[in-house]
Design a protein around this ligand. Structure first.
Ligand code: ZN
Length: 422
């Protein structure tokens, strides 16, 4: 409990009129807020396990119904997509779409200080859990912003749709990609999309207007097998060593480009990491094949034919029999043009009104917006997570409860602006 309730009330009043509130005040007040409790409950649904996605669907259905919002589920490719709708005064105007995803990446084999699906809050007000940055806090922020507007009897001109996707982390094949082709999607009459954004370790907020193209290569390398005591030439492991050398050289060149540019110029280089290696049968058997998964995010300037030719030369150096398939290979990534874009002007004005600065950049990774922008819709990635250590996909992913509650106010103001564009 706060030592001084009056002081708390005064500080909450201050939050409304001066923004942001210093976080050291009254963390208890935030910890006990219904929005934080809702986030904890949502974090506790372990949606890294696909079987629990339906539990997340039920969670959203319950909340939408309780708020008197329309709720629909579509399953264009068997997986559930939730749509929560707050109808505007003028529903013929193109809608504002607030997109996020229900699934989270695994927290297994990572050193977490607190259990990743507990929603534990420490003495600083840091709420730990898988999805706190990617993207469960964002989803709750959207809902709570709508709740605040509704409770204040504010109505927006445009209809707001919250979309909750089931499989963004595995490429969106049964979520956004399938949904974009349906009548239900077109019936949303989309005008402008907001989606997940980057975490910022200082006060600058980032807005992503274009994603890098993900190419994820599944390479199977074949070589001489045999008894573990023999020493044949050209084993699969020898060839894998060659692949490591080739890709390490490439990675070092790209790192040089990265280090020679502004640290936020993510589009200037191609990232590469070998993220999975599988193989081997027994300690005394030389394996006849090994499997490697390489994750690349292409520089904006590299052409598809150029990248394909480069990968081809890598495989040639490994010898015959090497097999390549792509887990993901997105060849085009359109950007949203911000100049003279009236959605963008309205969005950035909303932040300026609150004294917040944002910087438009190319996203170093990929979101569902890559497919949305390729269909020609304006879309930006944004999250209000200043002064937060970026831990998306890492261990000890967290959000401070004060930051989380402030983000609701930010979205209230964003919606008041973009939702009232005529
Ligand atoms: Zn993610």
């Amino acid at each position: 409990m706060c030592a001084n309730v009056l002081l708390c009330l005064f500080l909450i009043f201050k939050l409304v009129i001066t923004f942001p509130l210093p976080k050291e005040y009254c963390i208890e007040q935030y910890v006990n807020s219904s929005a934080v409790k809702l986030l904890q409950e949502y974090i506790q649904i372990d949606t890294s396990n696909e079987e629990n996605i339906e539990k997340a669907v039920n969670f959203w259905k319950r909340e939408a119904v309780a708020m008197g919002l329309q709720f629909a589920i579509h399953r264009p490719a068997n997986k559930p997509i939730c749509i929560i709708t707050w109808t505007g005064i003028n529903p013929t105007l193109p809608s504002i779409i607030l997109n996020s995803h229900m699934d989270v990446v695994s927290a297994a084999k990572q050193p977490w200080t607190y259990p990743p699906f507990s929603g534990y809050i420490d003495e600083n007000g840091d709420l730990y859990g898988r999805g706190t940055q990617d993207t469960k806090a964002l989803s709750i922020n959207y809902l709570e912003a709508i709740r605040k507007l509704k409770e204040s009897n504010i109505k927006l001109q445009r209809t707001i749709h919250m979309l909750l996707m089931p499989d963004e982390e595995t490429g969106g094949f049964n979520g956004m990609i399938s949904f974009l082709e349906t009548d239900e999607f077109h019936d949303l009459n989309p005008g402008f999309f907001l989606d997940e954004g980057l975490t910022s370790s200082d006060e600058t907020l980032y807005v992503t207007y274009q994603d890098k193209r993900p190419w994820q290569l599944n390479v199977t390398i074949y070589g001489e097998g045999g008894h573990g005591s023999s020493m044949p030439d050209e084993t699969a492991m020898d060839k894998m060593q060659r692949l490591f050398d080739i890709t390490t050289q490439f990675k070092q060149r790209q790192k040089q480009i990265m280090l020679s540019r502004d640290p936020l110029d993510y589009g200037s280089y191609t990232s590469l990491n070998i993220n999975m290696i599988n193989g081997g049968v027994a300690p005394n058997i030389i394996p006849s094949y090994l499997n490697v998964v390489i994750d690349m995010r292409l520089a904006m300037s590299i052409q598809v034919s150029e990248a394909e030719a480069m990968i081809e030369t890598w495989l040639e150096q490994l010898g015959n029999g090497t097999q390549l398939s792509y887990i993901r290979k997105i060849e085009a990534s359109q950007g949203t043009i911000l100049d003279d874009n009236f959605y963008w002007n309205s969005f950035s004005n909303a932040l300026k009104e609150m004294g917040l600065q944002c910087l438009p950049i190319v996203c170093p990774a990929t979101s569902d917006m890559i497919y949305v922008r390729n269909k020609g819709y304006p879309a930006i990635g944004f999250a209000y997570r200043p002064h937060t250590e970026p831990r998306i996909h890492g261990s000890d992913e967290y959000i401070n409860v004060v930051t989380f509650v402030q983000a609701i106010e930010v979205y209230v103001n964003i919606l008041k602006n973009v939702g009232n564009l005529l």
